[in-house]
Design a protein around this ligand. Structure first.
Ligand SMILES: [Zn+2]
Length: 451
């Protein structure tokens, strides 16, 4: 990064750092070092203190989590050193979609929330999910949602402080693993992040903190993706009013999609003409659709200084996915962006860290989270073996971030390609067999109607 860009970045990221006198051990871990991957060990040491603090906080203030600790016979006294971290009871990610419909939903959310929930007043006892999300937003609690192939949503509540920490943490990974310039043009292949709490949009929406909003182009500008919108896509509308609305919107019209794709291709060609660079970010299936269209029409651009960032996983049909390497070649061939400038990110609503790949395509684990790989009996297996991904994330204060996912990963002690410190995840992350497919890309893919 050029010094000017570094200065600009520190200015942008500064607003997420609270006053030092108010720092908890979590803030200390996050904000002490300003280069994570060069100071991996020292930051990881601070993260250990943060974990002890965070475990105690959720144990004391979250009845559900305390009950889980009770079943496992673990109290905060048992967690003294990092060797004890494998005793911390982990919550399966399915926990966040295990809510009752109707009257019980608010109560469930209240139970998930650590500490006293800033509960809004609702006009009815059974507000719909969008209404809940909207009212909590006003109270400074952002509820990110994502959906699995079954159509069930996961809801993750974050207070402002926890959300700011996530942003800060993610921005550090972007700046240290990609070629950052605050003046870059950005193309987001997602619905407008300012209109939705859908996880993929919220996370890619961090672009608004990294770059100038006037340089950011969003592929789907006027589409508001809400839980009821998604539910209607799946024909799960309940009332007559909803059914009528569902009929009117059905899927995203192919016209809207076509117009959006044409706009993006046009933009890419203009960037080439003007010799400007861009960061193109979104789920791979979306970029793939645009590349396919360009191939069909015999179009190509050369954007050697630009970068690509894919994320959100591939389509629900795992068997149809192009291995990343083949896709990278396609990007290089059609957009003229070399493979070392192609990055992929593994991220999820439940985790405050993002796992972003370096120029060598391994996904770097920041020192602010402890990654764990588990075997079928849910025992840790360490490095170099495929297993189920779990993590200890001390950052959120509004829900316990000690979580088992349904994703299959392999952890390596260090990156085989670059010299950044700390462990990495092997290139391919997939869904474990028998676990419900999920992820925002799958949801988005369903929105796009095949012609
Ligand atoms: Zn690397």
């Amino acid at each position: 990064m050029i010094p000017k860009a570094a200065l600009e970045f520190e200015k942008r990221i500064g607003k997420f750092i609270p006053l030092k006198e108010n720092w908890t051990p979590i803030d200390k871990a996050l904000f002490t070092q300003n280069i994570y991957f060069k100071n991996y060990q020292s930051t990881a040491e601070l993260t250990f203190d943060a974990i002890k603090y965070s475990f105690n906080h959720h144990y004391e203030n979250n009845t559900l989590y305390r009950r889980l600790c009770g079943v496992n016979k673990i109290t905060p006294d048992a967690i003294k050193s990092k060797e004890d971290f494998n005793k911390i009871p982990l919550v399966p990610d399915s926990f966040f979609k295990d809510y009752p419909e109707g009257k019980g939903f608010l109560n469930w959310l209240d139970n998930v929330y650590t500490g006293s929930t800033p509960m809004p007043t609702f006009r009815t006892e059974t507000p719909d999910h969008d209404n809940v999300i909207e009212e909590f937003n006003k109270k400074g609690v952002s509820i990110m949602f994502t959906s699995g192939t079954s159509g069930r949503f996961s809801f993750i509540p974050r207070d402002t402080g926890s959300w700011n920490r996530l942003k800060y943490n993610a921005m550090r990974s972007v700046v240290e693993l990609m070629d950052y310039n605050p003046n870059d043009t950005v193309i987001l292949l997602i619905p407008d992040p300012r209109l939705t709490n859908l996880t993929i949009a919220s996370l890619f929406g961090i672009a608004y903190d990294l770059y100038d909003p006037e340089n950011i182009h969003v592929a789907l500008e006027d589409t508001k993706i809400t839980t009821s919108f998604l539910r209607m896509q799946r024909n799960e509308a309940i009332g007559i009013k909803e059914k009528l609305k569902a009929k009117a919107m059905s899927k995203l019209s192919p016209m809207v999609q076509k117009r959006s794709d044409a706009k993006i291709i046009n933009l890419l060609e203009n960037l080439e003409k003007e010799g400007r660079r861009a960061n193109i970010a979104g789920p791979p299936f979306w970029l793939n659709r645009i590349l396919e269209k360009m191939i069909k029409e015999g179009r190509k651009v050369k954007l050697p200084d630009s970068q690509v960032l894919t994320g959100g996983g591939w389509k629900a049909e795992e068997d149809k996915r192009a291995p990343e390497e083949i896709f990278r070649e396609k990007v290089e061939n059609i957009l003229g962006i070399t493979q070392d400038r192609y990055h992929d990110v593994y991220a999820m609503s439940e985790c405050s860290s993002i796992f972003l790949s370096c120029e060598g395509h391994y996904k770097h684990v920041p020192p602010t989270v402890i990654p764990i790989v588990l075997n079928e009996e849910l025992n840790p297996i360490g490095y170099n073996e495929f297993g189920r991904f779990a993590f200890i994330d001390p950052i959120p204060e509004s829900y316990p971030g000690f979580i088992i996912t349904g994703d299959r990963v392999k952890l390596l002690r260090k990156c085989p390609v670059c010299s950044r410190e700390g462990p990495v995840l092997d290139v391919e992350v997939s869904r474990l067999p028998g676990v419900e497919g999920r992820g925002c890309a799958a949801v988005m893919a369903e929105l796009m109607q095949e012609e």
